[in-house]
Design a protein around this ligand. Structure first.
Ligand code: 6PG
Length: 232
């Protein structure tokens, strides 16, 4: 894993914005899958304001989600809702290029629908869709996407999207390990002292780190980039 360390959470978000969104949209279409949570909220809010707002070629963005909680799109827990409040409400990305996971739908049916949608829009390699970028968060339990330690099998599930269940029992639709690893570029964005220990364990593939789903990604994708404010 390539570790990119910055002084603050703000500087980390700025680096993700510049390297992934500014540079990534300068040459043409960017098919990117984003995660939810509090870390990308800061990123999206920063991108929605100058100077970054004027530096991103918004019309080149095709926006997908890595995962979504199975709740209504206006539910405060929804990853779409967070993204809408932080960024989408400014109307910068063409509506037709925003591919929401329908949290309000039946989870199994939505995992199938979204898998078919992604397959129809993206190139394929070894039977799996190829995103330009998959932007992942990391939980303090080492989960990524909505692949939690109690559901490691989702790392090797063959379908690009599947139904996961969070530790609190909340169903989610999430991208599985094979499709994450199939992306042209994998970026992980995680900040905060509370994550330093888990991030260090994953980044250095320490003994015991195999319990974390993110370690699987780190092991199989040495070129994956971790953007963080923590010295690991
Ligand atoms: C979700 C996210 C999840 C997130 C991590 C980190 O739906 O919860 O996609 O995978 O990336 O939980 O969340 P924070 O950024 O809030 O720490």
């Amino acid at each position: 894993m390539i570790i990119k360390t910055y002084n603050t959470a703000q500087e980390t978000a700025q680096a993700v914005a510049r390297e992934i969104f500014v540079a990534g949209t300068a040459q043409g279409a960017l098919h990117i899958a984003i995660s939810g949570g509090s870390t990308p909220r800061m990123l999206f809010e920063m991108m929605s304001q100058e100077p970054l707002r004027g530096q991103i070629c918004w019309e080149h963005i095709h926006l997908y989600w890595v995962d979504e909680r199975c709740v209504a799109p206006d539910d405060p827990q929804s990853n779409y809702h967070m993204t809408y409040e932080a960024l989408l409400r400014y109307g910068l990305i063409p509506e037709a290029q925003i591919y929401r996971i329908r949290g309000e739908a039946d989870p199994e049916a939505e995992a199938v629908r979204y898998t078919e949608l992604v397959r129809s829009l993206l190139p394929s390699r070894e039977g799996l869709p190829v995103f330009d970028v998959v932007l992942l968060g990391i939980g303090d339990d080492g989960h990524t996407s909505s692949i939690f330690p109690h559901q490691m099998s989702l790392l090797e599930t063959s379908t690009p999207y599947a139904v996961a269940v969070s530790p609190t029992g909340q169903p989610r639709v999430c991208m599985t390990g094979g499709t994450i690893l199939n992306a042209r570029r994998i970026a992980l964005h995680a900040v905060g002292a509370g994550k330093r220990e888990v991030l260090s364990s994953i980044a250095h593939l320490s003994e015991g780190s195999e319990q974390y789903p993110t370690t699987y990604i780190a092991r199989h994708a040495p070129e994956a980039e971790l953007f963080t404010d923590q010295a690991l």
